[in-house]
Design a protein around this ligand. Sequence first.
Ligand SMILES: [Cu+2]
Length: 322
Amino acid sequence: MGRVWFERRKLAGESPRRRSDLFLHIYPGDDAGMKKNLITLAVVALSLSAGAALAAQPVDWQLSFQPAATPIMEEIRWFERYTLWFIAPITLLVLALLAWVIVRYRASVNPVPSRTSHNTVIEVIWTVGPVVVLLFLAIPSFQLLTAQHTPDEDPALTIKATGNQWNWDYEYQLDEPVSFNSAMLQEGDRAQFGKEDMAAYPRLLAVDNEVVVPVDTTVRMLVTASDVLHAFAMPAFGIKVDAVPGRVNETWFKATKEGLYYGQCSELCGKDHAFMPIAIRVVAADQYEGWLQTAATDLDGAYRTLMAEIEEQKTEVAAAGQ
Ligand SMILES: [Cu+2]
């Protein structure tokens, strides 16, 4: 593979929002209160770490990325942290130099400024230093860029997404193609679709018909548009690609965690741009096969069966855990 730089790191899906909140509220002003808060903190931290695997949608006050659901997104998260190791020290160094110059060379203590205009050593350092830093950033960056355009294996499934004002058409490119439209779930339709759970099917992100894909499978996405520019984006998968009328763009993903993932159109496309979400449900291979077989003739029935299977699975897991 030649991607030696990317020793993949399993990154914990922590939630910055809660972390900063807790930091602000942890010290109540007295020791007894502090102890109580620390216990609460521990309980909250435990429950957060347990829930992190399911977080496949934005959370309030989120500061960082969503937890990764594909190897590419894990690499993106790794690269973001890696670049911070360069950005933070450089910013602090520049800040310190500025402060030093402002204080040490202010007019009142340094009335006669130096007239020095060249210093070879310093000039070599400030040329070579940034070049080295840029090399350290460029090499893993280009490797990540290449990886994003190169699937690990031949895609087992191709899905075409067509952006419309303001919903998406999906077409599974199989011998017997399956195609359907996916639009934002209307509040009044929750009961009809069995999507009353506001946490799993959040307002403005939930859709009527999700894209269903099997887990651990390389999926090719062909992306286009029927009217104006849109963009197909799925943060947890690390993909974002323009949907351009008359042109077919391509991307791919391999989701390694089952779950329901949300994205949004990411190109300003008109008045309802904010109301054409994208939802992808990653399920076990047999669940996907079952859904696909029914979907061609009875789409609603296919979703109902699939959702019932997933519910049953959850109940079994919960029962096994007790
Ligand atoms: Cu759009």
